[in-house]
Design a binder for this molecule. Structure first.
Ligand code: BG6
Ligand code: MG
Length: 219
C-alpha cells in the first residue's frame, strides 16, 4: 500500500509560466522610478510577497517614497500583471506538470498549493486545475512570507500530514529555504545553481519520471 505524503506545489514558475509576467510588471515599475532592474535582480523577488518585492526594488535603486506612493505602485503593478492573465488558459501550464498531477492523483496522494500570490485561485480556475488541489494556502492566508515556512506548514496541517512527509516543489530560493526550514523535502524546479540549497533539482517537470515520484511516495 502507498504511504500518504503531502505534495505541495508553489504556483508561479512551478505550475504556470507567470514568473515572466511578474518580471515584466515589476520592470515597468522600476523603469518608471529610474531604477535599473535586471533578470538577475528578479531572482530576489521570486517567491516574495508583492509588498516586500516593491521594498526590494526600492532598496536596489536606493529610492525612498512615501507610503501613499507605495500603495499606488502596488496597485499599478498588480493591474499590469493581471492584464497579462486576461486570456490565460491551460496552455500556460508548464511542461510536465499535468502528468505529475495526474500521477499523484492516481496514487491518491494529497496535493496542496503553497504560494505567496494573492492571485492564486483565479489562476488555478483559468487553467482548469483547481480540482486537483486538496488544500490551497496562498498570500491571502499567511502573515509571514517565504523564507518563513508558514505557508508550507499551514498546507501540511490542512492535509493532515507530518512536515517530514511533505514534499515541496519550488522555483525560488526563498521557497526552497522555507521548505528546508520546515524540514520538508525540497525539490528545486529551475536553475540548479540558483537553487543549490534544494535536496533534489530538476530543470522542469519533464525531467521527473514516475520512478522518482514512486520513490518520494515510498521513501
Ligand atoms: C509569488 C511570486 O508566487 O507570488 C512573486 O513568485 C510574487 O513574484 C508573489 O510577488 C506575490 O504574488 P501576487 O500575485 O500576490 O502579486
Ligand atoms: Mg514561484
Amino acid at each position: 500500500m502507498n504511504r500518504k505524503k503531502a505534495f505541495i506545489f508553489d504556483l508561479d514558475g512551478v505550475i504556470v509560466d507567470t514568473a515572466k509576467y511578474h518580471f515584466l510588471a515589476w520592470k515597468k515599475i522600476a523603469d518608471g522610478l529610474g531604477i535599473d532592474f535586471t533578470l538577475e535582480h528578479n531572482e530576489l523577488l521570486k517567491g516574495v510577497s508583492r509588498v516586500r518585492s516593491l521594498d526590494i526594488i526600492l532598496e536596489l535603486g536606493k529610492v525612498e517614497v512615501f507610503q501613499e506612493e507605495k500603495d499606488k505602485l502596488l496597485v499599478q503593478k498588480n493591474e499590469d500583471y493581471l492584464s497579462y492573465l486576461v486570456d490565460m488558459d491551460e496552455s500556460e501550464i508548464l511542461p510536465g506538470v499535468m502528468p505529475v498531477l495526474n500521477f499523484l492523483k492516481e496514487k491518491n496522494q494529497p496535493i496542496a498549493l503553497g504560494s505567496a500570490s494573492k492571485n492564486a485561485k483565479p489562476i488555478l480556475e483559468k487553467t482548469g486545475i483547481l480540482s486537483f488541489f486538496d488544500a490551497i494556502v496562498d498570500g491571502n492566508d499567511v502573515v509571514n512570507a517565504k523564507p518563513d515556512p508558514e505557508v508550507f506548514l499551514h498546507a501540511a496541517r490542512l492535509l493532515n500530514v507530518d512536515n517530514e512527509d511533505s514534499i515541496v516543489f519550488e522555483d525560488s530560493v526563498a521557497g526552497v529555504q522555507a521548505a528546508n526550514i520546515a524540514k520538508m523535502i525540497s525539490i528545486g524546479i529551475g536553475d540548479k545553481e540558483t537553487l543549490h540549497e534544494a535536496q533534489y533539482n530538476f530543470k522542469d517537470f519533464t525531467e521527473m519520471n514516475s520512478t522518482f515520484l514512486e520513490f518520494l511516495i515510498n521513501e
